[in-house]
Design a protein around this ligand. Structure first.
Ligand SMILES: CC(C)(COP(=O)(O)OP(=O)(O)OC[C@H]1O[C@@H](n2cnc3c(N)ncnc32)[C@H](O)[C@@H]1OP(=O)(O)O)[C@@H](O)C(=O)NCCC(=O)NCCS
Length: 167
């Protein structure tokens, strides 16, 4: 069982000096089998793009000098909609520190900040197999699960035509 972090835990805005630590923690958690979607992968550009677009929504969780988790988000305004959406893009907690409420503390803080920015709805997306994350977000009050289908077309192979006998 990981030790409770309790009062030792501090949630603060990410700074430029934290980028490399956050990147490495993400590399441990978002391994090659992890994919929230086909179009998003964990890399340096994800962090720097989100940091440059809304640094108030890029948070880290710290115990002493060590970063143990992060939440990176942004806001989205849709055409034809008066509502502002908050998009929590990446939420990660180091493996040895999971399940002691670091994720919850990060989420509560990013939700507070989004609300302050006028957000009405927060959206997240994650792989359908990621039971831990789905359970976590349900616990945080998320619902209204919407399914999304990804399809791929391999352009490296010749498409099979109807009546084509090739295997
Ligand atoms: C999802 C994640 C951020 C949760 O962070 P965490 O700090 O471990 O979660 P918390 O301790 O704050 O958990 C809060 C609640 O979420 C639920 N939960 C968290 N982890 C869970 C797990 N592995 N299985 C089932 N429920 C879980 C529990 O209901 C928990 O409340 P409880 O302890 O009172 O039962 C963390 O597991 C993680 O980093 N996962 C890998 C990355 C990922 O999938 N990110 C989300 C999509 S970007």
């Amino acid at each position: 069982m990981p030790e409770p972090v309790g009062e030792k835990l501090r949630i603060r805005e990410m700074t430029i000096d934290d980028l490399s630590q956050v990147f490495h923690i993400g590399e441990e958690i978002f391994t090659s089998e992890y994919s929230p979607s086909l179009y998003r992968t964990w890399d340096e550009y994800e962090i720097t793009t989100l940091f440059n677009s809304d640094s108030e929504l890029c948070l880290v969780a710290e115990v002493g000098e060590a970063i143990v988790g992060f939440a990176l988000g942004t806001t989205v305004e849709k055409h034809h909609s008066a509502w502002k959406y908050g998009y929590l893009v990446w939420l990660g907690v180091r493996k040895g520190v999971q399940k002691v409420k670091v994720g919850e503390r990060l989420f509560r803080e990013i939700r507070r900040r989004m609300q302050e920015q006028g957000v009405r709805i927060i959206i997240i997306d994650t792989d359908a197999e990621n039971a831990a994350a789905i359970r976590f977000f349900e616990k945080m009050g998320f619902g209204n699960v919407q399914q999304h289908v990804y399809m791929t077309l391999n352009l490296g192979r010749r498409a099979k035509k109807p009546g084509d006998k090739r295997p």
